[in-house]
Design a binder for this molecule. Structure first.
Ligand code: 3PG
Ligand code: MG
Length: 350
């Protein structure tokens, strides 16, 4: 892996105005923050700056993908700002309005970058989840102010970076989800380094028909088949390669769960991305939850990345037994694909 970017720990922020780019792009429900994981993950950097005497900490982030004027009401920062204020009560902290309300943001417009940098002395990028975007707030400002990496950004790079290096073995990769094309890059880059690549979810069907990888994979042996794509559909457990005509495999079967679970529990390094089935529906959630439990039981180094698997880990109630849960979706995949993240590359190396 490339050298790490220089840390906020090395920045002199005493008496300075610091612009912090966090990833506060959180799910909203009824105008409130539905999951504050990313907000809480952004606090260590904010607290560090306050402790080190920053005069002002201006936190900025995008929220959603606003396009129309109506979206401006829907994606206003207010609920996020309120949650931040509940978690850190310090008058020196302000949360700026959604960076994507400015059309220049996603074009990495230098004019908007200047606007953000205005009146600031130091820039800290802590937005790992947005580090794969070359936008004004993630890249443009890094050219205008002395730039440093935040605590979360560095933790993500170190933990995910471990998966690309000399790992303890057995090294097991578990992948799932609907589309194999979303995972090809990551699996191509990581799969060859792993001892076992376990594949579930709908993408297992595609891989069974034609393995696009240059290595062998472990596929399910049985599935929970459903007569229709419906939470209440008639179900039966069948062999993976013997689905009745017109039926759909909506979860991995009990034999597969035992097999995948045992391989994961015996591993020393595990990376999991993507559910084993339609786990939003309780009758098809068991395979995905069993993967989560197996990672929890595994006493090796375990990493979970990607929104759906992170949610499954939380729903299974075992999040605190996972070594690292990434706050990045696309960013973690691009990093593990071996791509350079523009938000990281814009910060001078340590
Ligand atoms: C994410 O949620 O993946 C990041 O915040 C990036 O958001 P984006 O995909 O809208 O750029
Ligand atoms: Mg564990």
């Amino acid at each position: 892996m490339a050298a790490l970017p220089r840390s906020v720990e090395t920045a002199d922020v005493d008496g300075r105005v610091v612009l912090v780019r966090s990833d506060l792009n959180v799910p909203l429900e009824d105008g409130r923050v539905a999951d504050d994981t990313r907000i809480r993950a952004s606090l260590p950097t904010i607290r560090l700056l306050l402790e080190r005497g920053a005069r002002e900490v201006r936190v900025c982030s995008h929220l959603g993908r606003p396009k129309t004027d109506e979206d401006k009401a829907r994606y206003a920062m207010t609920p996020v700002r309120d949650r931040v204020a509940e978690l850190v009560s310090d008058v020196r902290v302000t949360v700026l309005e959604n960076t994507r309300f400015n059309a220049g943001e996603t074009k990495n417009d230098p004019e908007f970058a200047r606007e953000l940098a205005e009146g600031c002395d130091v820039y800290v990028n802590d937005a790992f989840g947005s580090a794969h975007r070359a936008h004004s707030s993630t890249v443009g400002v890094a050219r205008l102010l002395p730039a440093y990496a935040g605590v979360l950004l560095l933790d993500e790079l170190r933990n995910l970076g471990t998966l690309l290096g000399d790992v303890e073995r057995p090294y097991v990769i578990v992948s799932g989800g609907a589309k194999v094309e979303d995972k090809v890059g990551v699996l191509q880059n990581l799969g060859g380094r792993a001892d076992e690549v376990l594949i579930g979810g709908k993408m297992a069907e595609e891989v069974r028909q034609e393995n696009p990888f240059s290595f062998d994979v472990v596929l399910p042996t049985d599935v929970v088949a459903a007569a229709a794509f419906d939470a209440d559909a008639e179900t039966r457990v069948t062999r993976f390669d013997d689905l009745p005509n017109g039926w759909l495999g909506l979860d991995v079967g009990p034999e597969t769960r035992t097999d995948f679970g045992a391989r994961i529990r015996a591993a020393k390094t595990v990376f999991w991305n993507g559910p084993m089935g339609v786990f939003e529906w309780p009758r098809f959630a068991e395979g995905t939850y069993e993967i989560a439990r197996a990672l929890a039981d595994c006493d090796g180094f375990t990493v979970v990345g990607g929104g759906d698997s992170v949610r499954a880990v939380q729903e299974a109630g075992i999040a605190d037994r996972i070594s690292w849960i990434s706050t990045g979706g696309g960013a973690s995949l691009e990093l593990l694909e071996g791509k350079e993240l523009p938000g990281v590359a814009a910060i001078p190396a340590a």
